[in-house]
Write a protein that binds this ligand. Structure first.
Ligand SMILES: Nc1nc2c(c(=O)[nH]1)N(C=O)[C@@H](CNc1ccc(C(=O)N[C@@H](CCC(=O)O)C(=O)O)cc1)CN2
Ligand SMILES: Nc1nc2c(ncn2[C@@H]2O[C@H](COP(=O)(O)OP(=O)(O)OP(=O)(O)O)[C@@H](O)[C@H]2O)c(=O)[nH]1
Ligand SMILES: [Mg+2]
Length: 442
């Protein structure tokens, strides 16, 4: 965080393309010194918003750093709203290091922290807080459904909806305050106004609650659908995880009690983010390490969106599904004659037989949980602010008994809670929290 109220005079720079080796790396610069920096390192100044090939030099030594493409984006029509520049360099480690060092030596320039560019965009009114979150989610999106949801939020879908609710609440507040102002004028009949306000507040609360009643799909799509592989030691949990992941993520052995720590593998099932968790086999044991592993298994099973109960086909009968969100799966079906297999899910992780049907079943469960329409609420932050707003609106809605002053206060608190979502209030603090999870250069 290089920014605070009086730091806008600083010009920030950072690699916008990470720190690995690549064909091209992009360095972004934003702030009042941009124009002078470009004139000093890569004259002449390019035509605005058109990448131009330039020799880029250290302004003091005149040493050539690289020959690259330079972009000049004068404010206020830039991503941050400030003057901005981009240097598209060869993507080598030494090139980037030399460039960043050179920029750091230019007076008024400072290396940006995580999220600093987006923070400036938000503080300059180019984005609201929900759109800034959309950017963070878009960068983190690993699957198609996550990408679409993030893009929708970046496009302002949540911000617009909450903005409209806030306008409605402001309107209710204005009507209440008008009634308060005129209440001592005996000829103004505000009899019945309370009832109308209560009804309108209740209607607004219902609208918000309808959106909140989405089964947390938006939040869960960001987190992923958690599938826990559970069952007795040696059931073949780790072998199945590896087969599903397509790599040797977990250690497999014929010794029961091999897996102790939970092992997570992220995958993409039909565009949905699924996290497979291999766990320690459940059994009675004295081994303190294994006991801890089993304790963790139980915790993972409680938190899971879906539990696969694995049991070897050559062992005792199929376990009945213990919870609604669980599936019984027989493993090692190669060990028994096919005539002895029941109709349920069965896999042989060694040959891959049955894996497609299992993946289909997992995908169907993930679709039932995460799919089914576009969620607006994507973070607990949104949910808690909207829930608070509903609480205040419901006080007004249920409130023939409330004094108009108290109605006004509840409406004010509802407006405030709704304002938090897009960052009309408390924006600095929210930005700090959000950008703690951002990457540098964004
Ligand atoms: N090279 C490069 N690619 C990039 C970005 C970038 O900053 N640089 N982006 C960075 O996130 C994303 C694109 N987002 C952007 C959003 C707004 C503006 C911008 O200049 N907006 C101005 C002018 C718009 C116009 O001319 O149509 C504005 O909104 O006023 C640029 C990029 C992804 N790709
Ligand atoms: N024949 C056959 N053997 C299997 C199959 N899947 C796993 N095995 C074997 O079963 C043994 C146990 O496999 P693991 O995957 O380590 O079992 P686990 O459930 O993870 O066991 P713990 O981590 O100890 O709880 C290993 O020797 C595997 O090679 C299968 O489909 N068929
Ligand atoms: Mg194991």
């Amino acid at each position: 965080m290089a920014d605070s109220a009086d730091h806008d005079s600083l010009t920030l720079f950072a690699s916008a393309s990470g720190f690995g080796r690549a064909a091209v790396s992009v360095i972004r610069i934003s702030g009042p010194a941009c124009l002078d920096v470009l004139k000093a390192i890569s004259p002449p100044l390019p035509i605005p918003r058109r990448l131009s090939l330039r020799t880029i030099r250290d302004p003091n030594s005149r040493d050539i750093i690289d020959r690259g493409l330079v972009g000049w984006f004068p404010g206020p029509n830039s991503f941050t709203g400030e003057d901005m520049a981009e240097l598209h360099l060869h993507g080598g480690l030494a090139v980037r290091t030399a460039m960043l060092r050179t920029l750091a030596r230019i007076p008024g320039c400072q290396a940006a922290g995580p999220g600093d560019f987006t923070r400036r965009a938000a503080l300059n009114g180019r984005l609201d807080l929900t759109q800034a979150e959309g950017i963070a989610d878009l960068i983190d999106a690993e699957t198609e459904a996550q990408r679409r949801q993030a893009l929708r939020q970046l496009d302002g879908a949540l911000g617009r909806q909450v903005g409209a609710w806030r306008e409605t609440a402001i309107d209710l507040l204005a009507r209440t305050e008008a009634a308060l102002d005129f209440s001592d004028e005996s000829d103004v009949d505000d009899e019945g106004l309370d009832a109308v306000l209560a009804r309108d507040a209740g209607a607004l609360s219902k609208q918000i609650q309808a959106v909140l009643g989405d089964g947390r799909r938006g939040e869960r799509l960001r987190e992923g659908f958690f599938v826990v592989l559970a069952g007795p030691p040696n059931a073949g949990k780790s072998t199945l995880l590896n087969a599903l992941a397509g790599r040797e993520a977990a250690i497999v052995s014929s010794l029961p009690g091999t897996t102790r720590d939970a092992i997570e593998v992220r995958c993409d099932l039909g565009g949905l983010p699924v996290v497979l968790v291999d766990t320690a086999g459940l059994r009675e044991t004295e081994d303190p390490v294994e006991l801890e592993g089993i304790r963790r298994t139980r915790r993972h099973m409680e938190d899971a969106d879906l539990v696969l109960h694995l049991s070897p086909a050559d062992g005792p009968g199929r376990e009945a599904a213990q919870r609604p969100h669980s599936l019984a799966v027989r493993t090692k079906v190669d060990l028994v004659a096919s005539s002895r297999l029941d109709d349920g899910l069965g896999v042989c992780a060694l040959s891959g037989s049955g894996l497609d049907a299992l993946l289909e079943a997992i995908q169907a469960a993930a679709e039932a949980s995460l799919g089914g329409g576009e969620a607006l609420v994507t973070r607990e932050r949104h949910r808690s602010a909207l829930t608070r707003a509903c609480g205040h609106l419901d006080c007004v809605a249920g409130g023939m008994v409330l004094a108009p002053e108290l109605m006004a206060e509840d409406l004010r608190l509802a407006v405030r809670a709704l304002g938090e979502v897009a960052g009309h209030v408390g924006v600095e603090e929210m930005l700090d929290r959000l950008f703690a999870g951002f990457c540098i250069g964004k």
